[in-house]
Design a protein around this ligand. Structure first.
Ligand SMILES: *[C@@H]1O[C@H](CO)[C@@H](O)[C@H](O)[C@H]1NC(C)=O
Ligand SMILES: *[C@@H]1O[C@H](CO)[C@@H](O)[C@H](O)[C@H]1NC(C)=O
Ligand SMILES: *[C@@H]1O[C@H](CO)[C@@H](O)[C@H](O)[C@H]1NC(C)=O
Ligand SMILES: *[C@@H]1O[C@H](CO)[C@@H](O)[C@H](O)[C@H]1NC(C)=O
Length: 280
C-alpha cells in the first residue's frame, strides 16, 4: 500500500446551528462536510476543540457538538481527534489526563455515536529536553484508550508547528512540521537536512495566508503529496495577524472545495503510479 495524503482540518469553528441537523446548509460546518462527502476516497482528520480542550470534564458535549460528531462518524472517511493544549510542557499529567479521559468517555454515549478516534496535542515544545514529557503524554493517551472498555488504538498528532528531531516520531502517528505563512513554505526548515530523514508520511503540513490561485493550490498539493510525501495537509487563504489576534482557523477557507478536490487529484495520480512513490 502506497501512502497518500489525508486532509487535516484545524476546525476551530463552533458548530452553530448544527443541531438537530449537521447536514443542513445552516450548520456552520456544512462547507467542511460538503468537501468530505464530495471526496469519499480522501480521509479527513478533523480536530475537534470545544473549549481549548473537551470543555467540562467527565461529561458529554452539548447538542451542537453531538450533531457534528455523530454526523462525521456516519461517514467512512473521517477521523475525529480531540484538542488538548500542552502549553510547551507546562500542563502536568494531573491536568491533561482528565481531558484525555473525557474525550475517551464520549464513546460511552449510547444515543448517538460521538466517539473520537484520538488526540491532538497542541503547543508542543521542540527542544530535545522535552522528549520525556511528550513520551509520557503519548503513553497516557494510549493507556486511557486501552482502559476498560478499550477503544481501538488512538490516533495521536502533536503540533510543534516546525520540524523536530526524528526521535520524537516513534511514539505518535503524526507531527505538524510546518504551521506557517504560505510565502515561507519554499524556504521552510522541514524540507532541509537534517529533518528530511524523519518519516514523511507522519508529517502534517498546515499552510495559512495562501495567496495563490486554485491552480497554484493544486501544485502545492502535488508538491506535498507526490514530491515531499507528507501524510496530512491543510491549506487556507485565511490570514493570521498577531497584532489584531486574527486566527486563520476560525473561517471557512475560501478555496476549501478546490483544496479537497486537489488532494483527491494528487492521490489519484499517486495511486495510478505506485511504483514512483515509495514511502519515506
Ligand atoms: C468510503 O466508502 C466508499 C464507498 O464504498 C469508498 O469508495 C471509499 O474509498 C471509502 N473511503 C475511505 C476513506 O475508506
Ligand atoms: C465511561 O467509561 C469510562 C471507562 O472508560 C468510565 O470511567 C466513565 O465513568 C464512563 N463515563 C460516563 C459518563 O458514563
Ligand atoms: C514567515 O512569513 C511571515 C509573514 O510573511 C514573516 O513575518 C516571517 O518573518 C516569516 N518567517 C520566516 C522564518 O521566514
Ligand atoms: C504572495 O505573497 C508574497 C509575500 O507577500 C508575495 O511575494 C507574492 O508575490 C504573492 N503572490 C501572489 C500570487 O500574489
Amino acid at each position: 500500500m502506497v501512502n497518500i495524503l489525508s486532509v487535516v482540518f484545524p476546525l476551530y469553528i463552533y458548530p452553530s446551528s448544527c443541531s438537530p441537523s449537521a447536514s443542513s446548509a445552516a450548520c456552520a460546518w456544512y462547507p467542511f462536510f460538503q468537501s468530505i462527502t464530495a471526496n469519499p476516497s480522501v480521509l479527513f482528520n478533523i480536530i475537534v476543540n470545544p473549549n481549548s480542550g473537551p470543555g467540562d470534564l467527565y461529561t458529554y458535549p452539548n447538542d451542537d457538538w453531538k450533531a457534528v460528531l455523530s454526523y462525521a462518524n456516519s461517514l467512512n472517511n473521517t477521523k475525529l481527534i480531540g484538542y488538548i493544549d500542552s502549553s510547551p510542557t507546562n500542563i502536568p499529567v494531573s491536568k491533561y489526563r482528565p481531558q484525555v479521559q473525557t474525550y475517551k468517555n464520549w464513546a460511552n454515549f449510547t444515543e448517538k455515536d460521538i466517539h473520537v478516534d484520538g488526540i491532538f496535542v497542541d503547543d508542543m515544545a521542540y527542544s530535545t529536553s522535552s522528549k520525556s514529557y511528550y513520551t509520557t503524554f503519548a503513553n497516557n493517551i494510549k493507556s486511557v484508550w486501552n482502559s476498560s472498555p478499550a477503544q481501538p488504538p488512538p490516533y495521536i498528532m502533536m503540533n510543534p508547528g516546525q520540524p523536530i528531531e526524528c526521535a520524537f516520531y516513534s511514539n505518535v502517528d503524526s507531527i505538524v512540521s510546518f504551521e506557517d505563512y504560505y510565502p515561507n513554505l519554499s524556504k521552510a526548515a522541514f524540507i532541509k537536512a537534517p529533518y528530511t530523514n524523519c518519516p514523511r508520511y507522519k508529517q502534517a503540513i498546515i499552510i495559512h495566508d495562501f495567496n495563490g490561485t486554485a491552480l497554484d493550490q493544486q501544485q502545492v498539493c502535488d508538491d506535498m503529496g507526490q514530491t515531499f510525501r507528507a501524510g496530512n495537509l491543510f491549506i487556507t487563504s485565511a490570514i493570521q495577524d498577531d497584532v489584531t489576534q486574527q486566527n486563520p482557523y476560525d473561517e471557512v477557507p475560501p478555496l476549501l472545495q478546490q483544496f479537497a478536490g486537489s488532494v483527491k487529484a494528487t492521490n489519484s495520480w499517486i495511486l495510478a503510479h505506485p511504483q514512483w512513490y515509495s514511502d519515506i
